[in-house]
Ligand binder design. Structure first.
Ligand SMILES: [Zn+2]
Length: 376
């Protein structure tokens, strides 16, 4: 009897491990699971959120957006099952990063504190830095890779985090808040696993120039990069700028009346050009930083919440119209507002915008109409 109980316990533990812990859970997914990944698993949860005081922004915004979208799907009668992000391994990271860089991140607390500009980190024990910062980032990096596969399969996918567009192969990008180069890693993984000739366009609308993916992927004929950014702020990386295919620098303070028509015109022209050249992308990776929001202390632009909703709709509508797969990533967004006042920060804006994209571009049905379409 005791032996039987032991067997049952072992089997139950194994089922729990496979379902919730092991990366094998990805292989057991049902087709009904939505092409959305991550959220709360990227939050920096430490001492019940007290670490929000040492982070420069709302470090729990990922979970806030996840809960917002789950509520949206529930209201429509759709069981909101999102994919579970699996932490990226060091072997995977070696596809894009120099081993010496990985070693530095794993051993040098000062290097990490310089990248994320949280100087307090150098006084914390290494294991704590891993728990509150590096682990969530490795999960989000794994999430970008998994979401890229989902976008190829379903036509669209959201990773509720990621978009570390300053991280380079071996150089430390001080002040960039980006450690792992998730976009190049996702692209190189797709080239290796799906199609070595897959054409990828990175549409980077974060307030800052995406110098990391530009330095790593720029110049490859399978890549095109559209970058619209504040040209008077970090990183002003001239070498990386030469790798941008469609360069759209804008001035600090740029507001909706200039931003929206300019984006519409330039993005359409870029996609038309690629089609004429026979380089139409198979996949758009949309780096949708919300640090263009007016009042963001890092972005220094003047786009409104409504402007961000319009911006995201423009990009998704272009992808849908041209039948191009699209992957959405959070990237920057540094307003503390989403912590102190949930209706003024980036989490609130992202949630509202993604609901708009799901309803009006992707075409999720009205409440009671259970339908999750793909773009194709
Ligand atoms: Zn940014």
């Amino acid at each position: 009897m005791k032996k039987n109980m032991l067997h049952i316990l072992c089997i139950a533990s194994l089922v729990f491990y496979i379902s919730f812990v092991s990366p094998l859970s990805e292989m057991l997914e049902t087709p009904a699971r939505l092409p959305i990944i991550g959220g709360s698993m990227y939050d920096s949860t430490f001492l019940w959120g007290l670490d929000n005081f040492i982070h420069p922004f709302d470090s729990m915004k990922y979970g806030r957006v996840e809960r917002c979208l789950k509520k949206y799907f529930s209201q429509r009668g759709i069981e909101p099952q999102f994919h579970i992000p699996v932490e990226v391994t060091y072997e995977q990271l070696a596809l894009v990063h120099d081993p010496a860089y990985i070693e530095l991140i794993n051993t040098d607390k000062t290097a990490i504190s310089r990248i994320v500009e949280i100087y307090l980190l150098r006084f914390l024990p290494r294991f704590l830095i891993d728990i509150i910062l590096l682990k969530p980032m490795r999960r989000a990096t794994g999430g970008t890779v998994q979401a890229a596969r989902l976008a190829v399969r379903h036509g669209w996918a959201f990773n509720l985090g990621g978009g570390y567009h300053h991280a380079k192969e071996r150089e430390l990008e001080e002040g960039g808040y980006c450690i792992y180069a998730d976009i190049p890693l996702a692209v190189k993984t797709l080239w290796r696993e799906e199609d070595s000739q897959l054409k990828v366009m990175i549409v980077d609308l974060d307030a800052h120039q995406g110098n990391g993916h530009e330095a790593i992927l720029g110049g490859d004929p399978r890549i095109s990069i559209f970058d619209m950014y504040n040209c008077r702020t970090y990183p002003m990386d001239e070498a990386a700028k030469r790798c941008i295919t469609f360069d759209v620098p804008i001035e600090p303070g740029t507001s909706d009346d200039i931003y929206i028509p300019l984006l519409k015109r330039k993005l359409k022209a870029a996609l038309d050009t690629l089609e004429v050249q026979g380089r139409k992308p198979d996949l758009i990776i949309y780096n949708a930083g919300t640090d263009i929001l007016a009042g963001d202390p890092e972005g220094e632009l003047g786009v409104s919440a409504e402007g961000i909703i319009q911006r995201d709709a423009i990009v998704f509508a272009e992808a849908k119209e041209r039948k191009i797969r699209i992957l959405y990533l959070f990237s920057g967004g540094y307003t503390k507002g989403s912590w102190f006042n949930r209706k003024s920060g980036s989490a609130y804006v992202i949630g509202k915008s993604l609901k708009n994209v799901l309803t009006n571009i992707i075409g999720i049905g009205a409440p009671g109409v259970v339908d999750v379409p793909t773009f194709f």
